[in-house]
Design a protein around this ligand. Structure first.
Ligand code: SAM
Length: 460
C-alpha cells in the first residue's frame, strides 16, 4: 500500500488544478491515493468541480476499509464515491471497446505481476491493442486509454519498463497516447542523503493524454520525506533518443545530462555483429569433466573469480575448478581461444559498478586451443568465436564506463545483469569501438576517470 507521504506527493503532481474531477483509482487497496487527492482538494490545492471517484478493487476483504477511508475523507463534499469490487482489466477492456473515456484523472499504484502469454488477461488486452507482460503496465495503459484528451495520470510503477525488449510495446503505447510531463525518481543526489532502497526500484510518472510532447521535468528525492527534493527540465530528445528503435526512456540522474550521447549510440549488438551469451558451462552438470589443476590438453575454465578487474588464471587454491577436460562430451560447450569480453552476471552491492568487464586475451592461454566459460559470466563473442582485439578492448572500455553504469542503474535496482539486459543496451558503432580499443591498447593501466574522459572525448 502506498505510504501517506508518497500518496500526498503523487496527488500534488497533477498540474491541471481546475475543471471537472472524475477520478479513476484502479487497484484502490485501502484507498490511500483517492484519500490523498480528496485531502489536497479540501486543503484548497485544487479547484475542481467535484463529480465522481471510481475506485476498483478486486479483493473483497479490503472493501470495508476502502469504503470507510474514502467516505471519511469525503466528509460533506458533494462527490459520488463508487467502490467497485471487480476485475479492473475486464471492466476497462469492456469500456474501451464501447469507446467510453469517462475520466479526467487517474491515480494509481497498480499491482505488479507477470501476465502469462496464454492467460485471459493477455488475450483481452490484445483486443484493445495493448500488448504487455505485467499487470502494472496493463493498468497504466488501460487507465490512459480511458482518460479524456488533455487530462492527466499519475502512477507509481517499477522502473523496469524504461528498458528491456518486453516493455517496448508499452513504451510505444505511452508515447502514442500521451506526453510524458514529469518523472520522479528516488535517488540520493547528495552524499548527505541515503536513497530509500525499496522506493529506488520505482518511479512516479505523470502523463497527459493526447497533448504534444514538450520538455520533461525530472525530479528526484532520496525518500518520501522529500528533504533533498530537486528538479530539472530536459528536452525530450535526452529522455528518448531520436531514432532509437527500442524507445528506451533514459532518466537523467544526479542532475547531470553530461553522460548522454544521443545519436552516437544507436546501434544494437547485432548491428555491430557481436553477440552476448551466458557462459555455457554449468558446472554441476559436468562434474566428471572438471579439473582443479589444469593439465596439458584441458581447456581453461573461467569463473567470475578469474575476471576480477583483470584476468587472473589459474587461481592457486581456488575452491572451484580451473579447467575442464577437452572431450567429445564437452566440446560443444567450449569456445576456441581468442579475444572475448567477459562480464560477471552478479555484482555485490559494495561494488563500484554493476558491470565489471574484462578483455579475455588469448596470449594468457598459450598453447591452449579452447576456453570454457562458466554460467555466471556473460560472454561477448561472434558466432561462438573470438572478436578482434581492438573491438574487444573498446567494448571493455565502453562497458566499464560510468555512462553504462548509470544506464543500468536507471533501469533496475538489481545487482544482476543478464545477457538479455546487455542485448537491450545501445552500443557505439564498430568504428567508435575501434577508436576506444586503440586508446586502450596504447595504455597499460587506466582508471575510471580516464575511461570516462575518453568516452566524453570520443562520443561527444
Ligand atoms: C500495490 S496495491 C496498491 C493499492 C492502493 N492503490 C495504494 O496505493 O495503496 C494494488 C491493489 O490492486 C488490487 N488488484 C490486483 N489485481 C486487480 C484487478 N485485476 N482488478 C482490481 N484490483 C486489483 C490488489 O488487490 C491491491 O489492493
Amino acid at each position: 500500500m502506498t505510504p501517506v507521504k508518497i500518496a500526498r506527493f503523487m496527488a500534488s503532481m497533477f498540474s491541471r488544478k481546475g475543471g471537472p474531477l472524475r477520478l479513476l483509482d484502479p487497484g484502490a487497496g485501502q484507498g490511500a491515493l483517492s484519500c490523498a487527492l480528496l485531502e489536497a482538494w479540501k486543503g484548497g490545492f485544487f479547484t475542481f468541480q467535484p463529480d465522481a471517484i471510481d475506485a476498483f478493487e478486486i479483493d473483497s476483504l479490503l472493501l470495508p476499509t476502502l469504503r470507510k477511508n474514502v467516505e471519511r475523507e469525503k466528509g460533506n463534499l458533494a462527490i459520488d464515491i463508487n467502490i467497485r469490487n471487480m476485475d479492473f482489466i475486464e471492466h476497462a477492456v469492456h469500456c474501451i471497446l464501447c469507446r467510453e473515456r469517462p475520466y479526467t484523472h487517474a491515480i494509481l499504484n497498480p499491482p505488479y505481476k507477470k501476465i502469462r502469454g496464454d492467460s485471459r488477461h493477455r488475450l483481452i488486452l490484445r483486443d484493445v491493442g495493448i500488448e504487455t507482460v505485467n499487470l502494472y503496465s496493463a493498468f497504466v495503459a488501460l487507465s490512459l486509454a480511458m482518460l479524456i484528451a488533455g487530462w492527466q495520470m499519475v502512477a507509481i510503477i517499477p522502473r523496469s519498463f524504461c528498458n528491456g525488449p518486453y516493455f517496448k510495446p508499452f513504451r510505444e503505447f505511452i508515447r502514442r497516447h500521451s506526453s510524458i510531463v514529469r518523472i520522479h525518481l528516488f535517488e540520493a543526489r547528495n552524499k548527505a542523503f541515503k536513497a530509500d532502497k525499496v522506493l529506488q526500484e520505482n518511479v512516479i510518472i505523470m502523463l497527459e493524454r493526447d497533448t504534444p510532447q514538450g520538455d520533461v521535468t525530472i525530479s528526484t528525492s532520496a525518500d518520501d520525506t522529500l528533504r533533498d527534493y530537486s528538479s530539472n527540465t530536459y528536452p525530450f530528445a535526452k529522455i528518448v533518443y531520436p531514432g532509437d528503435p527500442q524507445s528506451f526512456f533514459h532518466v537523467p540522474i544526479n542532475g547531470g545530462d553530461t553522460l548522454v550521447y544521443p545519436g552516437l549510440l544507436s546501434h544494437s549488438l547485432s548491428d555491430i555483429d557481436i553477440e552476448v551469451s551466458t557462459g555455457p558451462v554449468i558446472d554441476f552438470r559436468m562434474k566428471e569433466f572438471l579439473r582443479y589443476q589444469h593439465e596439458p590438453g584441458d581447456a581453461p575454465l573461467l569463473y567470475p573469480a578469474h575476471l576480477n578487474e583483470r584476468v587472473k588464471w589459474p587461481i592457486d587454491g581456488f575452491k572451484k575448478p580451473n579447467a575442464i577436460a577437452y572431450r567429445p562430451e564437452t566440446m560443444k560447450w567450449l569456445y576456441p581461444t581468442g579475444f572475448y569480453v567477459g562480464a560477471r552476471r552478479v555484482s555485490s552491492k559494495e561494488e563500484k559498478r554493476r558491470i565489471v568487464a574484462n578483455t579475455i586475451d588469448p596470449s594468457r592461454f598459450p598453447g591452449m586451443g579452447w576456453l570454457g566459460f562458466e554460467n555466471h559470466l556473460n560472454i561477448f563473442h561472434r558466432r561462438k568465436q573470438g572478436i578482434s582485439e581492438r573491438i574487444a578492448r573498446g567494448l571493455t572500455v565502453y562497458l566499464n564506463s560510468s555512462f553504462i553504469d548509470n544506464m543500468i542503474r536507471r533501469f533496475s535496482g538489481h545487482t544482476q545483469v543478464n545477457a538479455t539486459d546487455l542485448r537491450s543496451l545501445q552500443y557505439p558503432s564498430r568504428a567508435t569501438l575501434e577508436d576506444l580499443g586503440k586508446w586502450a591498447q596504447e595504455r597499460k593501466e587506466f582508471g575510471q576517470e580516464a575511461i570516462d574522459h575518453i568516452m566524453e572525448t570520443i562520443l561527444k
